[in-house]
Design a protein around this ligand. Structure first.
Ligand code: HEM
Length: 101
């Protein structure tokens, strides 16, 4: 069965590790936060810190609101490749729609 969600490897995510090209992984979803960076209420520096990286724990530790979680979907560009996922990485909370082809 084909899925409408694109699978992205962690190696691909790592290439997008600058403020001008900023991707990160949160709960097995890949987000392109390049445009959101300057709008993030928590600041651009914290996002820069996780550019190209796995940021699930950092995201959870902040205790982001449900509004923040809802905002995530629009920046989702795909799912982390199954082989690159870690046990416990997924989260119902942030398993929102991510149907970008
Ligand atoms: C798609 C990813 C993200 C979205 C959509 C997002 C969104 C938001 C929003 C809407 C707020 C305002 C407070 C709230 O509604 O909870 C916020 C605050 C904040 N965020 Fe994020 N955020 C994201 C990722 C991250 C990451 C990876 C970090 C890493 C540490 C982070 C750190 C913070 C901090 C420190 C605050 C300020 C909390 C405070 O003032 O009490 N955020 N974020």
């Amino acid at each position: 069965m084909s899925s409408s969600v694109k699978e992205i490897s962690i190696l691909e995510v790592k290439k997008h590790n600058t403020p001008e090209d900023l991707w990160m992984v949160i709960h097995d979803k890949v987000y392109d936060l390049t445009k959101f960076r300057s709008e993030h209420p928590g600041g651009d520096d914290v996002l820069d810190e996780y550019a190209g990286k796995e940021a699930s724990k950092a995201f959870d530790d902040v205790g982001h609101s449900s509004d923040a979680v809802e905002m995530m979907a629009q920046y989702c560009v795909g799912e982390l490749a199954v082989a690159d996922r870690k046990a416990g990485g997924s989260s119902k909370k942030t398993n929102a729609k991510c149907t970008v082809a």
